[in-house]
Design a protein around this ligand. Structure first.
Ligand SMILES: [Zn+2]
Length: 254
């Protein structure tokens, strides 16, 4: 990947390596600026498995790919990115969508047909829209941009960590920069103001993550107080009346 020291940023180095790859120089070479690991959030598409390391000009062992259907910044994907960032000493994050993503082409009818063919009832989707349940996307470009912004907003990544949004051509490996991640730490969501004492903060996940909002806890149902029977004075029996008279007589001073 390029001669060491000739590029200002890691992204510049990646793009230079990508040009070399497209020119027919696929041999992975060490990267000067990226010493450590290249950390990617990308799609499950098997075409990317061998293509992406070559397109970045690095060896497969230098690239950590967190993958799911359509490179969504789900809560677990962001958790894994953060774990890889700290455990494997990454410095920058690349969210890489790709052209011809099947998750952008899967129609609701395709999903339902696939389920029916496999004998899975539609009720298994729990009433959700078929494409929504599987996380299908509308546009690979917009999805990569959205995912990069969601990753940037994660408060566990150190402030200022560059998170780039790229699109790779699934056939040629050509990289296109959709959004550079440098100098974008100001987009980080400010922490919420401290709650006043005695008022518990509302429980809600970060809006960028694909997590359904948690419903506020329901207050315990108040049951009406039990209706106690009013004390009923029973008529005193003859023996009780006699004992009462005796008690009064004993208490009387001679
Ligand atoms: Zn895909």
């Amino acid at each position: 990947m390029g001669a060491p020291g000739t590029h200002e940023t890691l992204l510049d180095e990646v793009l230079a390596a990508n040009r070399a790859f497209l020119d027919g120089d696929p041999a992975p070479r060490p990267c000067a600026l990226g010493a450590g690991r290249f950390l990617l959030l990308t799609c499950m598409d098997p075409r990317l498995s061998a293509l992406l390391p070559r397109a970045f000009g690095v060896g497969p062992e230098e690239m950590v790919m967190i993958r799911n259907a359509a490179n969504r910044a789900s809560a677990d994907a962001v958790r894994s990115l953060c774990a890889a960032f700290f455990v494997l000493s990454a410095k920058e994050v690349f969210v890489v969508g790709h052209t011809d993503c099947r998750m952008a082409q899967w129609t609701a009818m395709d999903v339902l047909n696939a389920l029916a063919k496999a004998g899975v009832p539609r009720a298994a989707l729990g009433g959700k829209d078929p494409r929504e349940w599987f996380g299908a996307i509308g546009s690979a470009r917009q999805n990569a941009l959205d995912a990069a912004r969601a990753v940037r907003a994660c408060p566990v990544l150190p402030a200022g960590t560059p998170v780039h949004a790229l699109l790779v051509d699934s056939g040629t490996g050509a990289l296109e920069v959709l959004e550079k991640g440098y100098g974008r730490d100001t987009t980080r969501t400010p922490p919420p103001a401290a709650p006043s004492p005695g008022v518990p903060p509302p429980i809600s996940p970060p809006p960028e993550l694909d997590v359904p909002a948690l419903a506020p806890p329901k207050p315990p149902a108040r049951e009406p107080p039990p209706i106690l029977p009013s004390p009923v004075r029973k008529p005193a029996t003859g023996l009780e009346r006699a004992a009462d008279v005796l008690r009064k007589l004993r208490g009387r001073k001679p």
